[in-house]
Design a protein around this ligand. Structure first.
Ligand code: HEC
Ligand code: HEC
Ligand code: HEC
Ligand code: HEC
Length: 337
């Protein structure tokens, strides 16, 4: 080999080493055993990443609640359709809280014509009214997932009008066409499933529509219970996204020697099962129908509205805000109306 070639080869090794060093997570890591010994049911945590995540996922203090006495908002104000039973004091407290949770920089004017608070002219107010109903729905009817912890606007919004983790139907890049040009929804890494070439939009089939999340066939012979390699790809893409959204390994929910077996899975897998159904409900009954309300700039490539996935609430941790309940301070968001 010539000197130049050797140098080049040496350089390449150095670059490769640098890539490995910086693209993977350096030790030491921490591991926590969660299942019986010998099953490999451990959670591996990177303490440095955990410290950052902890900082970003703190709940914020609630304003003190007023006594529930006095006139009701429905009697005093002109255009209150959801929160009419609240006392004026607590209605105003909720408005102030919503402002902190969703539009702290913009203030009341983000949703209101401040010269006429009753006016519904701004789309943000119309969306916010539906969001209040959505939060009530989650807290009342999806206790199978959110338990008594519940959610508030802050769970997703974290002080921003548009939550950090949202998704749109993703048709993928335009292809030239022809046999070699059918990517089958794959081979365009986007980060939804780590940096893999797995399908880049597992959300549309599984978290908007109710396609089967299956790899293992339940029947001995091929027939109606078809489980293909393609379905496997899509399922794994979704599962990688679950892990990444919650900051956990597969073993948080599965015993990896028998992914399909519920008897060998952790209780968290059942919670996740309800979570999938809840997310479908939110996307099809709350976010999708808002698509005529949102301005064009808020719509995706297919003209669809932004939607929710696990990361929208979880933001990288196993329970949003590490399980701290802000909803308990807002009975108007946790009771049926
Ligand atoms: C993120 C959107 C949003 C923000 C920000 C917001 N509001 Fe509201 N506001 C609403 C919605 C939605 C309603 C209607 C609630 C209903 O129909 O039950 C409403 C209704 C009201 C009403 C009743 C008006 C009427 O006569 O019908 C008042 C008063 C009000 N808000 C005050 C405020 C104040 C004060 C602030 C700022 C501290 C504020 N709001 C911030 C969304 C918002
Ligand atoms: C489960 C997650 C989630 C929760 C909880 C939630 N939202 Fe949202 N919100 C979204 C998503 C997703 C969007 C769509 C983002 C966009 O505007 O494109 C959105 C959009 C909005 C917008 C429109 C912002 C804009 O600039 O387009 C407003 C206003 C809003 N939400 C208010 C609220 C209020 C008020 C609450 C609490 C009563 C709430 N949201 C709770 C997920 C959530
Ligand atoms: C937060 C919990 C959770 C995590 C983390 C998780 N899964 Fe899953 N997994 C589920 C649930 C729930 C189902 C069943 C979904 C359904 O039936 O609707 C499932 C289904 C599966 C299936 C299909 C099994 C069958 O019956 O065909 C496979 C395979 C799978 N997961 C693999 C993985 C892998 C690999 C990982 C890590 C990259 C992972 N899962 C991470 C909750 C999880
Ligand atoms: C609307 C917000 C929201 C969305 C969206 C959401 N979750 Fe959750 N999730 C929660 C809350 C709140 C809890 C805490 C419940 C509790 O305290 O027991 C939770 C708890 C969990 C747990 C139990 C963790 C534990 O250690 O016990 C799992 C697993 C989980 N979620 C998985 C998912 C998956 C998978 C998705 C997406 C399919 C998802 N979640 C979507 C709000 C959400």
């Amino acid at each position: 080999m010539s000197v130049a070639l050797r140098l080049a080869a040496g350089g390449a090794v150095l670059v490769a080493a640098a890539v490995i060093l910086f693209e993977t997570e350096r030790p030491p890591m921490e591991s926590i055993q969660r299942g019986y010994r010998g099953l490999g049911m451990q959670q591996i945590y990177n303490p440095r990443i955990l410290a950052n995540v902890a900082e970003e996922n703190q709940a914020i203090a609630s304003l003190p609640r007023f006594p529930d006495s006095g006139p009701k908002a429905g009697a005093v104000y002109k255009n209150v359709k959801v929160l009419g039973d609240e006392s004026v004091g607590n209605f105003t407290r909720l408005m102030a809280s919503i402002t902190t949770w969703v539009a702290p920089a913009q203030g009341c004017a983000y949703c209101h014509d401040v010269n006429n608070m009753a006016d519904d002219g701004l789309y943000t107010k119309v969306v916010a009214r539906r969001m209040i109903q959505m939060v009530q729905k989650v807290n009342v009817d999806w206790k199978s997932h959110v338990a008594e912890t519940g959610v508030t606007c802050f769970t997703c919004h974290r002080g921003a009008p548009v939550p950090a983790n949202i998704w749109y139907n993703n048709p993928g890049p335009i292809q030239a066409g022809g046999m070699a040009q059918t990517p089958a929804g794959k081979n365009h890494p986007t980060g939804v499933a780590g940096l893999t070439s797995l399908p880049f939009d597992p959300f549309t089939p599984f978290l908007e529509h109710d396609a089967d999340i299956r790899v293992v066939s339940q029947a001995a012979l091929p027939g109606s219970d078809r489980q293909s390699i393609k379905q496997t790809d899509w399922t794994y893409s979704l599962m990688m996204n679950f892990s990444q959204s919650l900051g956990v390994n597969c073993t948080y929910c599965h015993n990896t020697r028998a992914f399909t077996d519920w008897d060998q899975s952790t209780p968290q897998r059942a919670t996740a099962w309800y979570g999938i159904r809840m997310v479908r409900d939110l996307n099809t009954n709350y976010l999708d129908p808002l698509h005529d309300v949102f301005p064009a700039a808020r719509l995706g490539a297919e003209g669809d509205s932004a939607k929710v996935n696990c990361a929208t609430c979880h933001n990288g941790v196993y329970k949003p805000l590490f399980g701290v309940s802000m909803a308990k301070d807002f009975p108007e968001l946790t009771t049926a109306h």
